[in-house]
Design a protein around this ligand. Structure first.
Ligand SMILES: [Zn+2]
Length: 664
């Protein structure tokens, strides 16, 4: 049938079909139950608890003319539960093919099992509908079908990864929900953006609904903000309990106007909201009542036909007090990376990066401090909690950095070593020297501290053999020293993969390779490196061997540039500045930081200066540990068991410090 004819037929059928009189929010109030697994408030859904959801949900009703619903949201406002309401409403009331698109396959599996299945099980009306449809494979486990596609009478729910062109293009659906839009790939090779691929497949549906939901990212590279800009850009006005004036809530108080989150010195946890009209300090307990009377207000005329946009920050969340947000803001003032999270995740605003953090190597050198440094009386400052290392393998040398870190992501360089030799042809002496550094303990004010984790760069793969032999010979994986490889992704900084992505292979004797998301690590570190007064990343003035001025030049050798990729889309990437050709110092800092992120924050020991369990200080000598030289042939032939040196393992840091779960 001609698509236009089909469209008309569907339109007529839709008009004639009697529909239940329930809006989406009324339906949710009647049929939706929240389980204790996914909700802090299990039991029947109550739209009055999140009154801002009412209008957004009701836009999704087939009778509502809205086609595009853009929800630019902060965390903790309940956006996933809202999307689940829409899904379940359609499954129950207007069955049809539905697509729930998520950033990748892992997210699809997680959401399918932890959120969708759970929501269906918790709501009796849905349980009866979908209950028997789950398919199982021969082993009696849930088949892939039931994870990524759920059948119900009259329709099908597909959970589609935004990374799969084939999956997105093959399923024509009338209801499209795209969650975490900003984590989607911006383009799929030769096919345009994932949004346009699925949108194209829904064109034959009358009453189609496309929901785009996400927290923002960087300004200029935040699809949810671009989509929001095409809508009527609604903000949520709530009344002041004192004077009744309606106003949208904003975190920042501007100096010449009233309004914003306010607190007395030292009492951020009791922060109030200052009315923009009468200046009254509104306490948190009024929030629920204010929300109940709130209303959405359009601030623009939509340029995209039948589109509505909603912006909601965590200021409106019934579960987050203004005091908690004020506390987060104060903590974020100490760390630019936390500030970025606060602005994007809590305030749902795009982060203004400017042209990238500008760091001056001379200023870094001037900032260097005394009191610690490799080869000094104390090598590690008392405030450091753990040490990590990174080895950069070059054609004629190894470069090794040791860094100290705290739970607040403050870093201190302990030392940087350049070991000349011939690593690619397995020059044993240079690897032995390297091992001497990785296995040694460093003097802290309270005792000797070992390195907790680290990485060894394998370059573009050309040094793999030598590095793998090194790893096996010295049983480095037992010391949480892993071979690494920097990811280079066309997505640049927006590559959502974690900075340190470790999967433990089960096979014994395997040499693991851990991918490092270098772009994201550089973004975080350069923001922190630029922070002065007090600095977050600190350098020692005196070390043995000495830190050369070249070291600081290398740390600042790269700049953040926004380039257009093949499709003309803007991507933020890091590249060497003009006139710079070396960046080993930067690579070593990035690698050591990534290895630190592989550790579990919750298990970090006390700052080393406060600990009583460290082994006694060793008096300063020229070489604290003897070099252990081996022949190249022996190194290649060695098995980890036979040649693993019996060094005391780092008892200072618990064995469970190494976290197997991804954190970043
Ligand atoms: Zn007021």
């Amino acid at each position: 049938m001609h698509p236009e004819l089909r469209r008309i037929r569907q339109a007529v059928a839709a008009r004639l079909r009697p529909k239940p009189a329930l809006t989406v929010s009324q339906w949710a109030d009647r049929y939706r139950h929240l389980s204790s697994l996914s909700s802090p408030e299990p039991g029947p859904w109550v739209t009055d608890r999140v009154p801002y959801d009412r209008e957004i949900l009701d836009c999704f009703h087939p009778d509502d003319p809205t086609e595009w619903i853009v929800f630019r949201t902060g965390t903790q406002v309940g956006k996933t539960e809202a999307l689940l309401n829409v899904l379940l409403f359609y499954m129950h009331q207007f069955p049809r093919p539905i697509a729930y698109v998520l950033p990748n396959e892992q997210a699809c599996n997680d959401v399918s099992e932890q959120r969708v299945d759970d929501a269906i099980k918790a709501s009796p009306a849905l349980r009866a509908l979908v209950g028997g449809a789950a398919t199982k494979d021969a082993d009696g486990r849930k088949g892939k079908d039931s994870i990524q596609a759920k059948k119900f009478p009259g329709g099908m729910l597909f959970l589609l990864p935004a990374t799969s062109k084939a999956a997105l293009a093959s399923k024509p659906c009338g209801v499209l929900l795209l969650d975490e839009l900003n984590r989607f790939p911006r383009e799929l090779e030769g096919e345009g953006s994932p949004v346009h691929i699925v949108e194209h497949r829904s064109q034959n549906f009358v009453e189609r609904k496309i929901g785009l939901v996400s927290t923002p990212t960087d300004e200029g590279d935040s699809p949810i903000c671009d989509w929001y800009a095409k809508t009527d850009q609604c903000v949520f006005d709530v009344p002041c309990p004192k004077c009744g004036a309606f106003q949208a809530l904003n975190f920042k108080k501007s100096p010449d106007r009233l309004g914003g989150v306010v607190w007395r010195e030292g009492q951020a946890d009791q922060a109030c909201y200052e009315c923009a009209e009468c200046g009254h300090w509104i306490e948190h307990h009024h929030k629920q009542e204010m929300l109940r009377h709130g209303r959405w207000r359009a601030t623009a005329t939509a340029t995209l036909p039948r589109a509505r946009g909603f912006h909601l920050s965590a200021l409106y969340s019934p579960w987050v007090s203004w005091g908690k947000l004020a506390g987060k803001f104060l903590a974020a003032k100490k760390d630019p990376v936390l500030m970025r999270d606060f602005v994007t995740l809590d305030l749902a605003e795009a982060w203004r990066h400017g042209s990238g953090a500008v760091v001056d190597p001379d200023l870094l050198e001037q900032r260097a401090e005394t009191g610690w440094g490799a080869g000094q009386r104390y090598e590690v400052p008392a405030w450091v909690q753990v040490l990590t290392s990174f080895v950069d393998v070059q054609e004629d040398r190894l470069e090794v950095s040791v860094w100290g870190w705290t739970v607040r992501n403050e870093g201190a360089l302990i030392g940087h070593w350049i070991l000349f030799g011939d690593p690619p042809t397995r020059g044993a002496a240079v690897w032995a020297e390297c091992y001497a550094i990785l296995s040694r303990r460093f003097r802290t004010p309270a005792g000797m501290l070992g390195i907790s984790a680290g990485g060894i760069d394998t370059g573009s793969g050309s040094h793999w053999d030598a590095a793998a032999a090194f790893s096996k010979t010295y049983a480095l994986q037992k010391r949480r020293q892993f071979l690494t490889k920097g990811l280079s992704s066309p997505q640049g900084e927006n590559d959502p993969r974690p900075i340190w992505h470790q999967k433990i292979a089960k096979k014994k004797g395997t040499v693991h390779q851990v991918p490092i998301n270098v772009s994201r690590a550089k973004r975080d570190l350069m923001l922190r490196l630029a922070k002065d007064d007090p600095p977050m990343i600190r350098f020692p003035r005196e070390t043995t061997p000495a830190i050369a001025p070249e070291y600081y030049a290398q740390l600042c050798a790269e700049e953040r540039v926004r380039t257009a990729d093949a499709t003309g889309r803007s991507v933020a990437k890091w590249r060497l500045k003009k006139g710079h050709d070396r960046n080993e110092a930067l690579d070593c800092m990035v690698g050591a930081y990534a290895a630190f992120l592989g550790l579990d924050y919750r298990q970090l020991p006390l700052p080393c200066g406060d600990r009583g369990d460290l082994s006694p200080l060793v008096e300063r000598t020229e070489t604290t540990e003897p070099l252990r030289s081996i022949e190249p042939a022996a190194m290649m032939a060695a098995t980890p068991k036979a040649s693993a040196p019996k060094k005391p393992t780092s008892k200072s840091v618990g064995g469970d410090l190494w976290r197997r779960l991804k954190r970043n």
